[in-house]
Each structure stands twice: as structure tokens, then as C-alpha cells.
Design a protein around this ligand. Sequence first.
Ligand code: IDP
Ligand code: MG
Length: 145
Amino acid sequence: MTNANSSAQRTLILVKPDGVRRGLVGEVIARVERKGYKISALRMLSADKSMLETHYAEHKGKPFYEPLMEFMLSGPIVAMIAEGERVIEGFRSLAGATDPTVAAPGSIRGDLARDQGTRVVQNIVHGSDSPESAEREIKIFFPNN
Ligand code: IDP
Ligand code: MG
């Protein structure tokens, strides 16, 4: 990390295929930037199965795992690294709860997503949940960062 401040963190943010399809990439980026975090890397890509297996290893065997894989393979995604003090917690707060039906209004999921009746929850964004997950996930999408 370029920032020498030891309390600065980085996190992996993904705009999932539903967010890209709905034209919400700019909206997500704008919210991250307006909050004051720095986006230090950004790319659009089509994920492959092995990347997603690593990324979502903790969910293997859960009922929504296969639908989640299919959903994440259903179109391009946008991956970014955001940096700043407590950005992991801060982006999770910007994103809102996993279930968009009850995610707080004002959050990305609360404002922009809802239950679509699908087997996997489509909720526009992913954000790392701990420093360890962040570093592990960043390696998948940005092997050179
Ligand atoms: P998070 O994205 O808020 O961290 P996780 O529990 O890590 O939530 O789950 C990863 C993704 O899997 C969620 O964002 C959502 O798309 C999907 N998901 C999680 N729990 C469920 C569920 O109970 N039913 C359907 N899909 C789910
Ligand atoms: Mg998670």
C-alpha cells in the first residue's frame, strides 16, 4: 500500500452483474468517492469460475452457492480497490445489509436493490469483510497490486 499511515486499509469492491446491467457502476463509484475513499485500482472483467470459487470459498455447500456462481458469471463485473482509514467497515456501511429488502435506505443496497424472487440475492455490490479477506480477495482480481 502506498499510504504509510498504519490505520489506513484497503478493501475489494465488486459491482456485481446486476449493478453493471442496470448502469449503476457510476453511482457506486460516486458514493465511494463522495464518502472520501480513494479508488486506487479499477477494472471491468468477466469473472471465471476458478476466481469465483476462491472468492466465495466460505460459502461452498450453502444452498445459494451454485446460484451465486451462476449469477456472478452472468455478465461483466467491475472490480476496484478502495483505500482509507477503516474503509472495510466504511464500505460495508455504504453497501448496507445483505438482504436488500431490509437494507437501510441511504445505503447502496437499500436505495437501489430489492428482492427479485431469485434463489440468490442480487444486491449490486460486494465488499470485503475483514483485512484478511480484503488481501485475499484483492489478489484474485488484482494480482499485481
Ligand atoms: P455479503 O455480500 O453481504 O458479505 P455474504 O453472506 O458474504 O454477504 O454472501 C455473499 C452473497 O451471497 C451475498 O451478497 C448475496 O448475493 C448472496 N447471499 C448471501 N446469503 C444469501 C441467502 O441467504 N440467500 C440467497 N443469497 C444469499
Ligand atoms: Mg461476504
